[in-house]
Design a protein around this ligand. Structure first.
Ligand SMILES: [Fe+2]
Ligand SMILES: [Fe+2]
Length: 242
């Protein structure tokens, strides 16, 4: 079997796994008020895509560094990295404009809220300890920057846990290649260019190198992820993900 076929099969298997999680959550989302539901859908779809990218990235980091990385745990952490946004006002998350400084501070609180929420939610789901630990680290620290100018703790370099350093890159990639209420989508190559330019400032340069080494696999995943129009943020009805 050719490399592309293998990648396609692996992609399908991982996509099926994360969409199973999505389906399990759809009933819960339907209980929410419309705007809160729309924000939750955007947060969750972003998490699912990040989970797909993280799967490929985690395997590459494990293979390049020899570190004992449990790929599934990192995929799980990526899916839930923005769970704290469920506690942020939906009006701010869906605002089709630049936020004020005060509004940004409120949105940025999703990392501290996320740690608390992830701990509660994942304990209820009986997530095993190693996966829970990585998920909490990622939820709390994915907006730290390599140069120390991130939030909420301004950690510098390797003081930021590996999983959170990886998540920062994956998060940035998905935000760039998908449309948001305040911006349109940009191309895969544009996203890779920005990530490369931020190596050593926003991101761990050695991780950027590994990320860019699998960029074709990531492009395949991002182009294969097709969210049907009727499931986009503009439509507040939650349907079963396919
Ligand atoms: Fe975030
Ligand atoms: Fe995110």
């Amino acid at each position: 079997m050719g490399t592309v076929s293998k990648l396609g099969l692996a992609h399908q298997a991982l996509r099926a796994a994360v969409l199973e999680i999505a389906n399990a959550r759809a009933a819960c989302l339907n209980e929410l008020p419309a705007r809160r539901r729309a924000a939750a859908i955007e947060m969750f779809e972003h998490g699912l895509r990040c989970g797909l990218y993280m799967g490929a990235f985690a395997k590459a980091v494990r293979d390049c560094t020899g570190l004992p990385i449990e790929v599934n745990n990192l995929v799980f952490a990526a899916v839930y990295h923005d769970i704290g946004k469920l506690c942020v006002p939906a009006e701010l998350l869906l605002a089709p404009r630049q936020l004020t400084a005060d509004e940004r501070t409120i949105v940025q609180s999703h990392v501290t809220l996320g740690r608390v929420l992830a701990r509660r939610a994942l304990r209820v789901m009986r997530v095993p300890e190693p996966a829970l630990r990585w998920a909490l680290e990622v939820a709390a620290l994915h907006h730290e920057r390599w140069d120390g100018h991130g939030y909420a703790h301004a950690l510098v370099g390797r003081a930021i846990p590996l999983a959170a350093r990886m998540m920062a890159i994956v998060d940035c990639y998905d935000v760039i290649v998908t449309p948001r209420p305040y911006k349109s989508a940009c191309s895969h190559s544009h996203a890779c260019g920005i990530i490369e330019a931020e190596a050593g400032s926003a991101f761990d340069p050695s991780l950027v190198e590994i990320f860019l080494s699998i960029e074709h696999e990531l492009e395949l995943k991002s182009s294969a992820w097709c969210v049907p129009q009727e499931e986009c943020v503009a439509n507040v009805e939650v349907r079963q993900f396919r």
